[in-house]
Design a protein around this ligand. Structure first.
Ligand code: SIN
Length: 525
């Protein structure tokens, strides 16, 4: 089915709301609950169903300094170390000091985390100096958090949830955000959502890459929307690749949690040799960017292109009970992980950068807030510490509301009209083919190993399609491709600009960090 979109807001149905929240992962849901508890009326739009989120897929867990031998200070040190010199120290402080209370709140709301004889069962992941990762049902932590928050939101009368509503554009005039226009995919109509405070919580962009761990919805829409509206985009060149994603022919690229290595699994090369101890003192638990590059180097050196995760030395019963989801998924593809090596490869996982915010989620546009993966408060620097992302969503999703409440009290309540002159959809453009080429271009030229030549070629690809930017397209699939083109170009542009290697950004032509680049790249239309 295809629909034509009319961009004159005087001719469109209008829904008025106080808070408009875009996205239904941990950050959006928690912000919605917090806004409602503060007396706000919330409308929450989500692109597909409420549970089509990265949160729901998260396996390993949520990090918080809750163990006896742990402290927020230690958590802060580990986060700063992983962030490779680009973390905002105040943002990290807020994350690690407020995090434990936010997690306790989740538990009070009904989230059930795994326990052992000492209380909460805490595991380790890469670059953590302590066991501090809470997990649920072994390796289904995100699904448990999503379940609890979804239920709470659904039973809250002050929150209206509209699924299958795709945000097309933000309504911004004079640097003030007045809401968004969205496409109701079920009814086939475009609606104007006029709001006082608009919160972007649209998640990440893993789907720009051929191999990724993200759900289908993760096409970078929030960054594209914000950029078009004039928001500042920060650190977008830093993309985290997860080292261990199932690489079994015919099987989906399914995440094999870092917690597997946290519980003692080894990485082996194509000759069966363990190699991580040669690369880092933390061996398999080195920061992710280091593990990814070690894997790629090992693949190249041995020439086999094969890397394996080995759990065969671990107690089979422990493996099955600790990782039921991974055990089952691999078994569905004929692999018994207690007896055989798991073939793995790196895949795009998380964006460290995003819409620049302060510590209260405020962007440079009045009335526009951002939280979760789409936002960049500088908490992850150049490389996110494992399992800090769910915590980020909770802490900063909640922080927004304190500031937004004040904003609501003082905002003028003006309701300007908007109209746009878009050219109609161009004929004979194969959006499906563009998307495939975009994914391979991003993977090969803007992936975990970059250089000036590849990045320039990637920019040439984006330049070829830049004329599409002044057209309006008719379907959500195509709008996604338009957003992906916009965001891919931003990543390639910033990656070309940053002539050094740091965290999730590795340039083979500039393989070391450079002091003069210990700064952020901020892009703005
Ligand atoms: C994992 O389980 O390995 C993913 C956790 C994360 O990305 O923080």
């Amino acid at each position: 089915m295809s629909y034509l979109i009319n961009f004159d807001t005087r001719k469109l149905p209008v829904v008025d709301c106080e808070y408009l929240i875009l996205g239904s992962g941990i950050a959006g849901l928690y912000a919605a609950l917090k806004a409602s508890r503060a007396g706000g009326e919330v409308t929450l739009l989500t692109k597909h169903t409420m549970i089509d989120t990265n949160t729901d897929k998260a396996q390993g867990g949520i990090a918080a300094a809750l163990g006896d031998s742990d402290s927020p200070d230690l958590h802060r040190e580990d986060t700063l170390m992983a962030g490779a010199g680009l973390c905002d120290r105040d943002a990290v402080k807020a994350l690690v000091t407020e995090g434990p209370d936010r997690v306790r709140e989740l538990i009070e709301m009904g989230a059930v985390f795994d326990c052992d004889e000492c209380g909460l069962a805490l595991t380790r992941e890469g670059a953590h100096s302590r066991r501090r990762i809470l997990h649920a049902s072994g390796d289904a932590t995100g699904a448990e958090i999503q379940r609890v928050l979804t239920q709470s939101v659904r039973s809250d009368k002050r929150i209206r949830v509209l699924e299958n509503h795709y945000a097309i554009d933000l309504l911004v005039k004079g640097n003030i955000c007045y809401g968004a226009i969205a496409f109701d995919q079920q009814e086939g109509r475009t609606i104007v959502f006029r709001s006082k405070a608009t919160v972007l919580a649209t998640g990440g962009l893993g789907r720009l890459f051929e191999y990724n761990t993200n759900p289908e919805v993760a096409t970078g829409d929030g960054v594209a929307l914000a950029f078009r509206a004039g928001a500042e985009i920060m650190d977008i060149e830093f993309i985290q690749f997860h080292p261990t994603v199932l690489a079994l022919p015919g099987a989906p690229r399914f995440l094999i949690s870092e917690a597997v290595r946290g519980e003692g699994a080894y990485l082996r090369n194509g000759s069966g040799a363990r190699f991580m101890p040669r690369f880092h003192k933390l061996a398999e638990l080195a920061p992710r960017d280091i593990v990814v590059r070690a894997i790629l180097e090992e693949m190249a050196v041995t020439g086999s292109g094969e890397i394996y995760l080995d759990l065969t030395h671990l107690e089979p019963a422990v493996v099955r009970s600790r990782f039921p989801n991974i055990t089952r998924t691999c078994a569905d593809h004929g692999l018994d992980i207690t007896a055989s090596l798991i073939p793995v490869a790196p895949a795009a996982h998380y964006m460290m950068g995003g819409v620049k915010t302060n510590l209260h989620g405020e962007t440079n546009i009045e009335g526009l807030f951002a939280c979760g993966e789409v936002a960049c408060a500088g908490v992850h620097g150049a490389n996110r510490l494992a399992s800090n992302s769910l915590l980020d969503g909770l802490v900063f999703g909640g922080r927004i509301v304190d500031r937004a409440r004040r904003y609501l009290e003082n905002c003028s309540g003006a309701r300007p009209e908007f109209s746009c002159d878009w050219l109609l959809e161009p004929e004979k453009v194969d959006f499906f083919a563009i998307r495939r080429e975009l994914e391979t271009t991003m993977s090969r030229k803007v992936g975990p190993v970059r250089n000036a030549k590849g990045l320039t070629e990637a920019l040439e690809f984006f330049e070829r399609w830049s004329y599409l930017g002044s057209h309006q397209v008719e379907t959500v699939d195509r709008m996604e491709v338009m957003n992906m083109l916009q965001v891919g170009e931003l990543i390639a542009e910033a990656a070309l600009m940053r002539t050094e290697s740091r965290g999730g950004h590795f340039r083979i032509d500039y393989p070391e960090p450079r002091r003069r680049w210990q700064k952020h790249i901020i892009l703005r239309k």
